[in-house]
Ligand binder design. Structure first.
Ligand code: ATP
Ligand code: MG
Length: 421
């Protein structure tokens, strides 16, 4: 097999795995995402292997193995710097509660193994000679850009309801259509999504958001109303006027895309944060979205143009440079009519004003809390933090050089005049 889309080093190492298995009388094939992506002409990032060898046979044939999912027949085989999941041909036993089954049965026939896979494009195998095994005509569906269940859609979605989210994710990421019966099956079986852990749904949604056209997938999600049936129901009707801008945000900026989605749904930072917490987003991911929406709310509250630069400096200090940068990006894709004057001005000058700031954190001040206490001769207390914040703002806004001398002078001035800091 001559791989065009895979790193040659990875393909070479995978070949060794297939060769060893074949040399010991087993069948072995590349399968799933890697074969699909190769046929699509998309970069292949990892390679899964399916084999007639039993897990203990696989383990016995290779030096470095990890029993990743041995009860499901999956052994990770390490060759060179690469790791390959090698899974024994299997069928899945009875499905309980619309989730992947706990029990599997190993089989000796590749076609059986391919039958348990979700979509025809994911049910294609390829051997060392480049011979394609494609009993469900996945290659045709790839050529036509169609997502289609292997077998009867309703049954397949009943077996494992996560497949419905995967269906929409794949349609979105690849820009494919969903076959009529597959879509119909999804609509009929959507209530099964309640049995699926939110974490697994979230992982699919993340992949969708990191793809080239999340708008497509978000539309499908909206039209299907699939997530209304999830354990934590999502029932918002986002503003299409806002949401339709989502593909303009680079796919590397998923946090900004999430923020736009939440904004389009009319959620505040806190509301978005709550939803994201329930959907098991990482704290980082959640806080990034919260900060953008909070910042957005603050800018909405600014009226008049007086001291906009100073207000912006204050916001950048409060939310951090990265959040400010993300918010500017978010703002830049919004339709003109959903920005106030302050937002327009910030869009024009915010980045430049931020570049002019040469200090962003208390930590970077040339004076510390203990310096402040020593110089003042007073007892420490909350006032120290307040004073430092005042100094940081002065230095960041360019009113004061960030030197110990200037900062001390300002500190004395503030303390003598007892100016409110
Ligand atoms: P990705 O590019 O996201 O990795 P993938 O197709 O490789 O796509 P994986 O989740 O890595 O997706 O799964 C590997 C293969 O396992 C799939 O190609 C498919 O054949 C099968 N598979 C994965 N999840 C399911 C599922 N829920 N039901 C049936 N088969 C599945
Ligand atoms: Mg994969």
């Amino acid at each position: 097999m001559k791989w065009k889309q895979a790193d040659a080093g990875m393909a070479g190492c995978a070949e060794q795995v297939l060769s060893v298995l074949e040399a010991h009388g087993h069948e072995a094939y590349w399968v799933g995402g890697c074969v699909r992506d190769e046929l699509m002409g998309r970069p292949v990032n990892d390679m899964d292997i399916t084999t007639s060898a039993r897990p203990d046979e696989v383990t016995g044939l290779f030096e470095r193995t990890v029993p990743t999912g041995i009860e499901h027949g999956t052994i990770t085989v390490l060759v060179g710097n690469y790791a390959f999941e090698v899974t024994t041909y299997r069928v899945e036993g009875s499905y309980e509660n619309h989730r992947r089954p706990a029990e599997v049965a190993f089989v000796r026939d590749l076609t059986e193994d391919l039958r348990r896979r979700d979509f025809t494009m994911n049910a294609i195998a390829c051997d060392l000679q480049g011979r394609i095994v494609d009993p469900y005509h996945g290659a045709d569906d790839i050529r036509e850009g169609v997502i289609r269940c292997v077998g009867a859609a309703r049954v397949r979605f009943q077996e494992d309801a996560l497949r419905m989210v995967r269906c929409i994710r794949f349609a979105s990421v690849f820009g494919y259509r969903i076959a009529f019966n597959t879509w119909k099956g999804l609509l009929e079986e959507k209530s099964g999504i309640q049995y699926i852990a939110l974490e697994r749904i979230r992982a699919e949604l993340d992949k969708m958001m990191e793809g080239p056209h999340p708008f497509l997938g978000l539309n499908l999600l909206g039209r299907s109303r699939l997530l209304e049936k999830a354990r934590v129901p999502v029932t918002y009707t986002p503003s299409v006027r806002l949401l339709s801008r989502i593909d303009d945000i680079p796919s590397s900026e998923a946090a900004v895309r999430w923020a736009l989605l939440m904004k389009a749904c009319g959620l505040s930072g806190q509301e978005a944060g709550n939803l994201m917490r329930q959907y098991t987003f990482s704290n980082d991911a959640r806080e990034r979205v919260e900060a953008q929406l909070d910042l957005d709310e603050k800018v909405k509250g600014i009226n008049g143009e007086a001291n906009l630069r100073e207000q912006w400096v204050g916001l950048v200090l409060k939310y951090g440079q990265e959040s400010a940068r993300r918010w500017l990006l978010l703002c830049s894709v919004l339709p003109q009519e959903s920005r106030n004057t302050a937002a327009d001005e910030l869009l024009a000058h915010g980045q430049e004003w931020m570049d002019e700031m040469n200090i962003f954190r208390l930590h970077d001040l040339e004076i510390s809390g203990s310096d402040v206490i020593a110089i003042s001769g007073k007892k420490g207390g909350p006032w120290v933090g307040e004073l430092l914040k005042h100094l940081l703002f002065k230095a960041a806004a360019g009113h004061l050089p960030n030197t110990k001398l200037d900062l001390t002078e300002e500190m004395r001035r503030v303390m003598v005049t007892d100016e409110k800091v």
